[in-house]
Ligand binder design. Structure first.
Ligand code: V47
Length: 368
């Protein structure tokens, strides 16, 4: 039986088997295929060679310290202006209480992101991180996207290196992958023209890596972007990873339209999501981990994504942050127990392995 009815896919499969890097044009060919099964099989083959049946998950909690933001990204339904009745900023004490609750439920990571808020002094961030570290020394603080770092460097007038060092010294252990959206212009300016450009996002990721701070990377797909934009995004991330090597994982984020300025769009369908997961695995040959984010994919499609190249399922998210609730396709639901997550992974035919943020195995004496 031939591998695929698509001759391009057969040729690409031979390159993948030989360990050869795929080109931008081959990325386009992968998106153009109608042989979804063969594409998935190819990505699954690479995933199994790297990770066998292991599927990682972690026990984490999101904390969105503020929803006040000076940007107005067209896809975002979370941000508010400071005058809005439902604008909020959590105090450091509230942050510590949320972390206390998360730790008591077994969280090993606190994922902190928020709006670009001009009312907050720099000491808010250093104070928050050091209070978290003082109270919970072993809790991993995964905080601030490259977009937030860019805003802070400009707003607090600090060189990037100094900013990163100060945040790291206060307790920032690694950075999440948000804010990447789509690097290519003019799409990026159309959806988020107040945010830093794609080159700046990549530059800051490189500077974090140079400072020993690992980061993640994302793509936001299924809105106004073209297929060329998606492949360009992957190629740029791959080039940056060649240079600085500090990306831990890649997370494709499925656009969720309700209540955003792009709410008339349908959002991506299942085929677009599965193709994007599989093509990420195939194009990003220098990324170890591809994460399926169930909050945006939905639990069932996230299970299928594990057969299309994903080797990580995020996460229990214990009690979600407000941002996560805003775009959860599971009717605003953002919470899954450890056991529910393990069942999703095992029922998909994989072995669930709990990890910490930097992909060390977590062995729990008491399984709850
Ligand atoms: O940058 C915003 C996206 C991101 C919508 O690093 C939306 O482990 C879909 O980056 N529909 C933030 N997506 C979330 C994020 C993330 C999530 C989970 C794990 C990690 C990690 C990072 O959410 C934003 C933006 O790209 N987003 N609005 C929306 N309506």
């Amino acid at each position: 039986m031939q591998f695929s009815i698509d001759s391009n896919l057969n040729r690409i499969a031979e390159k993948v088997e030989a360990g050869d890097r795929l080109s931008f044009e081959e990325g386009l060919e992968l998106y153009a295929t109608s042989d979804l099964n063969a594409l998935g099989k190819l990505a699954d083959h690479v995933r199994r060679k790297k990770h066998g049946l292991t599927t990682f998950f972690n026990v984490n909690r999101h904390f969105n310290h503020t929803n006040i933001c000076v940007a107005d990204c067209k896809f975002c339904n979370f941000y508010r202006r400071s005058r809005d009745a439902d604008a909020y900023t959590h105090s450091i004490e509230e942050g510590v209480e949320i972390a206390r609750n998360a730790v008591s439920e077994g969280a090993t990571e606190l994922h902190i992101v928020g709006g670009l808020n001009t009312k907050l002094p720099f000491e808010y961030y250093t104070g928050l991180f050091s209070a978290l570290k003082q109270n919970f020394p072993s809790l991993h603080v995964k905080a601030l996207t490259m977009v937030e770092l860019d805003f802070m460097a400009r707003f607090y007038k600090m060189p990037d290196e100094e900013l990163i060092e100060k945040l790291k010294a206060a307790g920032m252990d690694s950075c999440p992958g948000g804010g990447a959206e789509i690097f290519a212009e003019p799409t990026r300016s159309r959806i988020c023209d107040h945010k830093c450009g794609g080159d700046r996002w990549l530059e800051l990721a490189g500077k974090c890596h140079a400072a020993g701070v690992k980061t993640n990377a994302t793509i936001l797909y299924g809105h106004i972007e073209s297929i060329e934009d998606r492949v360009d995004h992957l190629v740029k991330l791959r080039e940056q990873q060649d240079k600085s090597g500090g990306f831990q994982c890649f997370i494709p984020l499925a656009f969720y339209p309700p209540d955003s300025a792009l709410s008339s769009l349908p959002g991506p369908d299942g085929v677009a999501s599965l193709k994007t997961i599989a093509i990420s695995r195939l194009m990003l040959d220098n990324f170890d981990h591809i994460k399926a984010y169930w909050v945006m994919l939905g639990k069932h499609l996230a299970q299928v994504a594990l057969h299309f190249g994903a080797n990580d399922l995020d996460g229990t998210i214990t009690d979600g942050g407000e941002l996560t609730e805003a775009y959860s396709i599971e009717n605003g639901e953002v919470k899954m127990t450890r056991q529910q997550l393990i069942a999703l992974i095992e029922n998909a035919g994989f072995e669930a392995v709990e990890r910490d943020t930097v992909y060390n195995r977590v062995d729990r004496a008491i399984v709850s």
